[in-house]
Write a protein that binds this ligand. Structure first.
Ligand code: ADP
Length: 676
């Protein structure tokens, strides 16, 4: 036994230490993990924020590419007829300052005349030229305005093209002002603004620019609405690029602006004019700040240093808005086109249209100026990154919405780890306990089996020895008296009976184990059955001087398996005989009432300790008591009894006191319904 125990013991030790070691490592790691979780989460947040910032940057670039393709497709087809096409791009609210410029640096869209420019003119008739010369002489030298008017009217009649017509009209309007004929002047100017608004004088100065200050001058409460209408018309022409801008446009706008502010007029007209002034002003200041660099670009001076977009377009940083404005230019044939786009507008479009996929950690996005100097290391859970190489002065700032996020996360994780760890440790302890219990059970069982073998051998040896002895004596005729012979033969018979019972118990137990034992229930006279069982053991009772008290009711019947119940009763009686010492008294009872049949075997023997009572029905179990060491047995008798009683759906009870005796009670139902 000792030799067998060692490997199991070693294996168990190895197993337990493996479980404990891995458990401790896991516990250590999870505790470590909890303490690292803040750091890890911060890293994760940082990582996600970086990804988000990169995604934002990518998205901004994607928008720029998309817009560039779209706008250039339309701008590159520019001809004067396509102006409407360009203007329709206004619907594309991200694009500002669309421009078309020729190779000489002349801005075609927005139309801007830089300095003096010789205007194209048609051929004038001789009569026209003579009349104009005479008219100018009368107006400027002779100061005879009436005569001059006559001459200008004659020149108007002699004019053969729009340029001459508008020149004559302009002179007539001017003279009407000088002659203080406001109505006439207004009529001439309105012809100019409605029909000849796009034309310039020989120096490239638009006639409309002469008209506007004069209209302001002649305005009075009566004609005011009309004047406002004319001026509004001119401004919207300028806005639409039909009337060129030049360096005096700014002054002109200032003049109009202060005039509309001073004079009472219908509100919506004033607002309209102010809106136009605002737009034209913006365009002017864009030209003012950026025309130079754009011209340098088209002339090829700075082109090589510029970053490219999609290897097609050039990116110019605008001088206008602290690096927040980007000018994209595309060189295409005779003209070059471009437009401006601001990071602020791109940004709000991005936010408006939710172009960034939501991240796991909810974050707020902000566009910040680099010079504001927010340093991401100063604040936790904030990431700041360059938004784009095209907008150097701007950064994207990502910060988590919920500032308690990390603490909450740490708390939640700690709980999860805590619970998981407790469960793990609990499971491990339980596992170890179960293993230990199994091992001790296994050992106990091994012990029981070993004892069983030695017990059986012993049990077999005693009766076999006496059988051999008595048979030999009879065979050798050593016993002369018939009475003795009979006695010896009886002993042989009883011992054989003993052997049979034991073998039966072993066989039954084996059948029980395999679940193969079969029962045949029938109505049996239990009184008779009990008496027969007692008779079977008479020899031993007599031999060992037992007093047997029978308290047996007559004619008790029940549905039982006769053989099985007899075996159970003999096992109980046998134990009563075996485990009695000095007080050799056995009481056998049989009672029956409406419900129950009670069979009881009481002895005054060595008794059973309380803690063993539940165990004695287990196979092989024998109570190791001092005063029972010499009593042989297999440890199977009571387990067979229990099995038989169970098969009868009955109950078995034991009451016992050490050194006082034991009472075994079998309770069976009066009316058995077994049919097994
Ligand atoms: P066996 O009698 O062969 O040892 P059993 O299964 O019949 O096996 O009984 C199991 C154990 O219960 C016995 O070894 C004994 O210790 C205890 N036992 C059974 N009957 C009695 C009894 N009447 N008095 C005292 N102990 C008993």
């Amino acid at each position: 036994m000792g030799r067998k125990k060692k490997p199991i013991f070693r294996l168990t030790l190895f197993f337990i230490s493996a479980v404990l070691t891995s458990g401790s490592i896991l516990a250590y790691l999870s505790i470590n993990n909890i303490s690292n979780i803040k750091e890890l989460t911060e890293k994760r947040v940082e990582e996600e924020q970086k990804n988000l910032a990169v995604a934002v940057s990518d998205q901004i670039h994607a928008m720029i590419f998309e817009i560039a393709d779209m706008v250039f497709d339309s701008l590159d087809n520019y001809t004067e007829d396509h102006e409407a096409g360009i203007n329709s791009l206004d619907a594309f609210d991200l694009v500002e300052h669309k421009l078309v410029i020729d190779r000489n640096g002349n801005l075609l869209q927005p139309w801007f005349i830089d300095g003096f420019e010789e205007s194209p003119r048609g051929e004038s008739t001789k009569g026209y030229r003579t009349k104009v010369d005479q008219a100018e002489k009368a107006e400027f030298i002779e100061q005879d305005f009436k005569k001059a008017r006559q001459e200008y009217l004659a020149s108007l009649r002699a004019s053969s093209n729009d340029y001459d017509t508008v020149q004559a009209l302009n002179a007539l309007a001017r003279l009407s002002v000088k002659l203080e004929d406001g109505t006439q002047a207004l009529s001439y100017y309105s012809t100019i603004t409605s029909k000849y608004y796009a034309l310039c004088d020989p120096n490239g100065f638009p006639y409309v620019y002469y008209a506007i200050p004069q209209l302001i001058r002649i305005s009075n409460p009566q004609n005011r609405n009309r004047v406002i209408q004319e001026i509004g018309f001119c401004l919207s022409g300028m806005e639409l690029g039909k009337i060129p801008m030049n360096h005096s446009t700014h002054d002109l706008l200032t003049q109009v602006s202060s005039w509309v502010e001073m004079e009472p007029a219908p509100h919506e007209k004033v607002a309209e004019i102010q809106g136009s002034i605002q737009k034209i002003g913006n365009r002017l200041s864009f030209i003012d700040t950026n025309a130079e660099v754009i011209r340098e670009y088209v002339k090829g001076e700075i082109r090589d240093e510029l970053p490219m977009i999609k290897e097609k377009y050039h990116a110019l940083t605008s001088n206008s808005q602290d690096e927040g404005e980007l000018i994209l230019m595309n060189l295409n044939g005779d003209t070059s086109s471009g437009f401006a786009i601001t990071i602020e507008k791109l940004w709000s479009k991005l936010l408006q249209e939710n172009l960034i996929a939501a991240d796991q950690i909810e974050s707020d996005l902000e566009l910040v100026r680099a010079e504001n100097g927010i340093n991401s290391s100063e604040t936790s859970l904030v990431t700041i990154m360059e938004i784009s190489p095209y907008f150097q002065g701007y950064q994207v700032l990502v910060k988590v919405k919920n500032e308690n996020l990390i603490n909450e996360l740490v708390r939640r994780r700690s709980w999860i780890y805590g619970i998981a760890l407790t469960l793990l440790l609990g499971g491990m302890v339980l596992g170890i306990l179960l293993i230990l219990r199994d091992i001790s059970r296994e050992e106990h069982l091994a012990q029981l089996r070993a004892d069983f073998i030695s017990n059986v051998t012993h049990e077999l040896k005693t009766p076999l020895t006496s059988i051999q002895l008595f048979t030999e004596s009879i065979l050798l005729n050593r016993i002369k008296s018939v009475a003795h012979k009979k006695e010896y033969l009886q002993i042989i018979l009883k011992e054989t009976g003993n052997l049979k019972r034991m073998v039966n118990n072993i066989l039954d137990f084996s059948r029980m184990e395999k679940g193969k034992r079969e029962y045949h229930f029938e109505t049996v006279n239990v009184t008779l059955l009990l008496n027969n069982a007692i008779n079977d053991l008479d020899y031993w009772l007599e031999e060992k001087n037992f007093t047997l008290v029978k308290e047996i009711e007559d004619d008790v019947t029940a549905m039982v398996d006769q053989g099985a119940l007899t075996q159970a009763i003999i096992n109980l009686l046998n134990n009563a005989i075996k485990f009695s010492r000095n007080r050799k008294e056995i009481i056998v009872r049989l009672e029956k009432d409406q419900e129950m049949v009670l069979i009881q075997v009481e002895d005054k023997g060595i008794g059973i300790p309380d803690d063993q009572i539940d165990l004695i029905f287990q196979p092989f179990h024998r109570v190791g008591q001092k005063n029972s060491e010499d009593i042989s047995g297999t440890g199977l008798g009571l387990s067979v009894v229990k099995e038989i009683v169970d098969a009868h759906q009955g109950k078995i009870r034991v009451e016992s006191q050490v050194n006082e005796g034991s009472t075994f009670t079998i309770l069976l139902k009066s009316t058995q319904e077994n049919s097994v």
